[in-house]
Ligand binder design. Sequence first.
Ligand SMILES: [Mg+2]
Length: 262
Amino acid sequence: MNEAIRLVLSKELIILDGDGTLYIGSKPLPGAREFIRFLDEHGKRFVVMTNNSSFSKEHHIRRLSRILRRRFSLNEVLVSTEAAIEYLRELGVRRVYALGTPEFIQDLIRSGITHDPGNPEVVLIAFDKTLTYGKLVRAVRHIMSGVPYIVVNPDVLCPTDRGYIPDAGSIWALIRAATGKEPVAVTGKPSSLFLNYMLRKLNVKPSDSVIIGDRLYTDIAMANENDIDSILVLTGETRAEDLVNSRYKPTLVVNTLIDILK
Ligand SMILES: [Mg+2]
């Protein structure tokens, strides 16, 4: 038995990243289906924790179920949008203006938050694939007039079948350049807001979990900052040479999920 599989089997909850770890675009990555099957066969609890706020939770569940050929339940998929909604609830915020897709805004409305472009209490910066110049102008004006903003996920790029596309972190960079202001919170990975929301929801201690992901500054950063063991896969953004100068260090590194099962 290799070290990676021993680590996985010793934990109560396996926290998996989506893009770059289990799939890219609509295709499963090598070993993804086999790894999920292995977890099921060993009765291991797992959750796919994704920063991709461009899709609704339902869309993520449908997509994962199709790609990995297994039905995913509500508690097996968590999206950064949920952590943002939870945080807005804690703040008592009811009205927001969001740079987000229609699916993202639908998830907000379903949880009782009003999308109010004219008079928001908070501006939300999400992975908006429907971004327009007009939306940017509106967001910048609100923030410059003193409305605080929250970044839903800090990812600069998102991998797709046809290469990388700009993600919420790139939109954030534009907002920051234009306004000179910092957000009051970043709610996706590596934020402990997202991690704690998930651990509370699933009733698991940090030390009883392991994070498996492809990104140093989100997946592995969240693990390091919360003393959680982690496994880096090299199927996404990170190259082996990136590790040398990284301040974030995974417990173990594997090329693909298949290597965990060897
Ligand atoms: Mg990823």
